[in-house]
Every structure is written in structure tokens, then in C-alpha cells.
Design a protein around this ligand. Structure first.
Ligand code: ZN
Length: 134
């Protein structure tokens, strides 16, 4: 039984299909995958970003995360969850499955996988563009 499958709900359906395929493959390999995060609201992202600023796990500012668009997931190997989120070779094997299926990773964020190329659709920053003088 793959944990967190309910979190496929709300994801872009094509993305969700690839994620499910990867989760099943990871399960077959005995990696005991856990889908920890699928879609997030703006408010949830804001909480995670504040936590990141205080030394928590990596999180993008609200508005700049593909999680808010149903185009990103966070998936852990079961052993990582059991060891208080210490990464091990099972996470590397899990990562190889997701990246091998064509999804994108982000450096410094081992459980995160996103729809390839979609990051380019997001603004670079939440800051308002400076008014141009004419
Ligand atoms: Zn993520």
C-alpha cells in the first residue's frame, strides 16, 4: 500500500499519472514511497516559506511554487521518514525513478519533483516590478 495516494487529488491529471506510475515503480522496488505533499494553497505555502526562513526544509515564497498549481510533489522513501527525515540511498533510488520518468528535480530539495519546464511559467519573484520612468 502506497502512503499518501490521496494527495494525487488536485494535481494536474497528466502530471498525476506520471507520479502514480513512479510511486508504483518505487513500491515494486521496496522503497515504500510516501507522497507527502501534492497541491498547496497560497496560505499553506506562506507557512512553509516562513518555516524555511527560520531554518526549515526548502520552500519557495508563496506564488512561486509549482505545488500551488498542482504541478509538483514531495515524495520520500519510507526509510527516510522512519529515520526522522535523514536522507539515504533509498531516496537516491526513488529520485532516479522520478527523474528517469522525465520529471524535474530541484537542487537541495531531494523529495521534490515537478512538471518539466513549468518553472519558466512562474514569475521570478513576488516583488512588484519597479515603475519605469518615461
Ligand atoms: Zn516540493
Amino acid at each position: 500500500m502506497i502512503r499518501g495516494l490521496v494527495k494525487l487529488r488536485g494535481l494536474d491529471p497528466r502530471f498525476a499519472r506520471v507520479v502514480q506510475y513512479c510511486l508504483e515503480k518505487a513500491d515494486e522496488q521496496g522503497l515504500d514511497p510516501v507522497l507527502d505533499y501534492g497541491i498547496r494553497s497560497h496560505a499553506e505555502q506562506a507557512v512553509l516559506y516562513q518555516r524555511y526562513l527560520r531554518g526549515g526544509p526548502k520552500a519557495a515564497p508563496p506564488g512561486l511554487s509549482l505545488h500551488q498549481y498542482g504541478l509538483a510533489v514531495d515524495v520520500y522513501a519510507g526509510s527516510v521518514v522512519r529515520n526522522n527525515f535523514r536522507y539515504d540511498s533509498n531516496q537516491d533510488k526513488l529520485r532516479a525513478i522520478f527523474l528517469g520518468a522525465g520529471l524535474e528535480g530541484v537542487s537541495g530539495d531531494p523529495p521534490h519533483f515537478q512538471y518539466p519546464g513549468a518553472q519558466r511559467l512562474l514569475p521570478r519573484s513576488t516583488r512588484r516590478p519597479r515603475a519605469r520612468r518615461r
